[in-house]
Design a protein around this ligand. Sequence first.
Ligand SMILES: Cc1ncc(C[n+]2csc(CCOP(=O)(O)OP(=O)(O)O)c2C)c(N)n1
Ligand SMILES: [Mg+2]
Length: 327
Amino acid sequence: MNEPQANAEAYLRMYRQMVRIRAFEDNANQLYLSAKMPGLTHMYSGQEAVAVGICEALRITDKITSTHRGHGHCVAKGAAFREMFCELLGREEGYCRGKGGSMHIADQSHGNLGANAIVGGSMGIATGAALSAKHLGTDDVAVCFFGDGATAQGLWYEVMNMAALWKLPVIYACENNGYSEYTRTSEIAAGSLTARAEAFGIEAHRVDGQDVLKVNALAAELVERCRKGEGPFFIELETYRYHGHHVGDINRTYYRSKDEEESWKTSRDPITNFGAWLSEQGIAGADELIAINEAIRKEAEAAVAYALDAPYPAAREVDMHVYAGAA
Ligand SMILES: Cc1ncc(C[n+]2csc(CCOP(=O)(O)OP(=O)(O)O)c2C)c(N)n1
Ligand SMILES: [Mg+2]
C-alpha cells in the first residue's frame, strides 16, 4: 500500500472536517443575515486548513484556545453542530448555556478552553495551560490560535518570554490572513513575525495555511517535539478569510479588491484543492466527495432547525454561570 492509501482514513477525516467548518459557517452566515442570530459573528471560511491541519495532530486532552473567528477551531477540536448552533442562537443547550454566543464558545470536553473576543486575550490562557501540563507531568500540548493583528498585543511578548524560559509545551499558531479588521498586515507590522518569536529563542516556522497536508505535517512534528519537552514553537500560517471582517462588513472593496478575493477562492481554496488531490490519489472520487458534502450540509441544516426550536435559558437564570462561584 502506498503512503496516501495507508493514510486514507486520516485524509478523509481532514477533508470532512474542513467541509464541516465551511457548512457550519455558511449556515451561521445565513442565520445572521436573516436576523435570527443575536450579537456579532466572524466567519472562518477560507481558513479551514489551519484549524483542521493542526487539530488533526492533537489528541482530545491537548488544549486549544481560540479567537473571535473561532468556529473553525471549535469544530476541528471535535465540537458538535447542535451545541454550537444552540450557543450562537442563545439557547440553553449551547456549549455555554447560550450565554457566550459566537465569540465565546468553550468546549472543555474536547480540550477547547475557549474563544476570546479580546484580541490576543487567550495567549495567557494557552500558556497557562502549557504550564499546568508541565507541572502535572502530562505530556499534553497547548495550541494558541490567534490572528496577525494579535501580534501587536504586548501580552504575546510577555508569554513568549515566559514560555521560552520555562520550555513550555505551547505552540503559538498565528493565522496571518493579511488583515486586521480593515487594515493590511503590511501596514501595521514592522519586520517579520517569525523574527519576533526568534528574538525570544523560539523556533519559528512559516507555512502555506491553505495546504492542509503541509500544515498537518508541520503540526504533527512540532506537537511530538513539544511532548518531549522541546517547545515552545511559533508557526505563521499564510491564509485568507473569504468574508468580511465580520458578517456586516459587506462593502469591503475599499480595503481589498474583488480580484484579490477571487484569486484566493479560485486557485487556493483549501477544500477544492485537497479534494482534487484525494481524487488524483484514488482515495475518493468526485461522486464520493459530492456525497460527503451533501451529507454534511444536511447534518448542518438539521442542527440549525433543532437549535431554532430549542428553548432559551429561563429569565431567572440570567446571572447564573456568569460569575465565578455562582451555582
Ligand atoms: C484588545 C482588543 N482590541 C481591539 C479589538 C477590536 N478588534 C476585534 S477583531 C480585530 C482585528 C483582529 O485581527 P487579527 O488578529 O488579524 O484577526 P482576524 O480578524 O484577521 O482573524 C480588532 C482590532 C478587540 N476585540 N480587542
Ligand atoms: Mg488577521
